[in-house]
Design a protein around this ligand. Structure first.
Ligand code: HAM
Length: 428
């Protein structure tokens, strides 16, 4: 039988694992230096948690199953509902604002395509218990901070920022009835990935008229806050949301992330729970799917049985990011490295080799050796293949420590080396 990995999943051989870890470590460092703490949740939950407020799109992508007790469960397609559930359970004892991050493995039953798989990792950064737009700005800042550390500049990626309440106001102003707001937002979210013809069909199916589509289109074209203000004629109803956007951009500018950010009202977001500013990170040429997406969701905790507490955050997947980093040549040389490779001059010296290997490892240094007896030349080749910085050649009368990059070599007595193996690092 020929067993293959399931479509849309990935095997991580060590070379792919090194890339995955390199990205995850940058995510973790950026989170910690911005004052966020790590959490995690179970990989499966009661199915209802994910159907309560995330919207049709995600509900249709669930890997659901029934356990032996007849409970309806699902593998997590996102971590935000689990985060809301966890925070709700301890809402009175957690000091606010709650600044948490996570690196969950998620599953969505999507049609696998470039940048979208059925299993992926997604860095999540959220602030809960803060209504201030500063919390939204800080989340965007963390995303930019990590992208910068990974080598992506403002010429490579852009955070495109829109607003749910302003989009809803534009739909209302265009005469779209309130009960069609949800379906209209879902269609607008898909618009950038559709031809005009397909979008027109979907919009008509959602009940929008051509006039309404055109009016919302004019709103979405606004490319500055000034244009946006004049679109709404400074109407009072949207004043707070316009001010929020202005403060968000001013804050991002002050934090030094302004170059990475742009107003883009075509960003609507697919998930149903967003209530405030929304954003997606794209490569500048917009050739790929979104690298990240997020926004404010002030009702989710309440919908899931908790109090009304403001929340905001984003998720960044590893798939599009990995493609972009590879395309831009930003992946560093991640070939495996060890500090020492220990070589036996003759087979009888094997017990001493094991002693040296043990002493190095106990001193916290990485060390490896060959299982099979081989000539010194072959063992040196193996040391190079393993990316060793130094070789220790164990001879009957002592050890030679060879720096494999420079070729410099130094001899020491075996006892002396065993007493202080770490000192061997300093070649003269
Ligand atoms: P989302 O837009 O569904 O948002 O996903 C965010 C990011 O996760 C996407 O931009 C993409 O990088 C990655 N992603 C999503 N689906 C896939 C897939 N099938 N394959 C590979 N990567 C994928 C959320 O999940 C929200 N819960 C984010 C959030 C956190 N909002 C507030 N806090």
């Amino acid at each position: 039988m020929d067993f293959k990995a399931v479509k849309g999943t990935r095997d991580f051989y060590p070379d792919q694992m090194r890339v995955r870890n390199w990205i995850a470590e940058a995510w973790r460092r950026a989170s910690l230096r911005n004052g966020f703490e790590e959490y995690d949740s179970p990989i499966f939950e009661y199915l209802d948690l994910f159907t309560a407020k995330s919207g049709q799109e995600i509900a249709g992508q669930l890997f659901g199953f029934t356990d032996r007790g007849g409970r309806r469960l699902a593998i997590r397609p996102e971590i935000t509902p689990s985060l809301a559930r966890m925070v709700n359970a301890r809402i009175n004892s957690l000091p606010r604002p709650i600044k948490w991050f996570s690196l969950p493995r998620l599953c969505r039953a999507e049609n696998p395509q470039r940048g979208r798989l059925r299993e992926f990792f997604q860095w999540n950064v959220d602030v809960i218990g803060a209504d201030s737009i500063l919390a939204d700005a800080e989340c965007i800042y963390v995303a930019v901070d990590a992208l910068g550390e990974l080598g992506l500049s403002a010429d490579d990626v852009c955070v495109r920022i829109g607003s749910r309440p302003l989009t809803v106001a534009a739909l209302r102003a265009a005469g779209v009835p309130a009960e069609l707001t949800g379906p209209a937002l879902a269609v607008l979210d898909k618009r950038p990935r559709l031809s005009d013809e397909d979008f027109g069909k979907l919009a008509a199916d959602a009940g929008l008229t051509e006039g309404q589509i055109a009016a919302v289109g004019r709103f979405q074209e606004a490319s500055s806050l000034g244009e946006l203000r004049s679109h709404f004629h400074d109407c009072d109803e949207v004043k707070a949301d316009l001010d929020d956007l202005a403060e968000l951009f001013a804050t991002l500018e002050a934090m030094g992330a302004g170059d990475y950010c742009a107003l883009d009202l075509r960003v609507v977001r697919g998930l149903a729970y967003y209530t405030g500013v929304v954003y997606e990170v794209f490569d500048r040429s917009q050739a790929l799917r979104a690298v990240a997406g997020g926004g404010r969701y002030d009702n989710l905790l309440e919908v899931l049985g908790g109090p009304k507490v403001g929340a905001t955050g984003f998720g960044m997947g590893d798939v599009v990011l990995g493609i972009l980093l590879a395309e831009k040549g930003k992946l560093p040389d991640l070939s495996p490295r060890i500090e020492y490779f220990v070589i036996e001059a003759t087979e009888e010296l094997r017990p001493k080799v094991l002693e040296v290997v043990g002493a190095l490892r106990r001193a916290g240094l990485s060390a490896d050796f060959n299982y099979r007896p081989q000539s010194i030349g072959k063992q040196l080749k193996a040391a190079n293949r393993r990316g060793a910085a130094r070789a220790v050649i164990v001879r009957a009368d002592g050890v030679s420590i060879k720096d494999l990059a420079s070729g410099a070599q130094r001899d020491r007595a075996l006892e002396e080396f065993l007493r202080a193996p770490a000192g061997a690092e300093h070649m003269q």
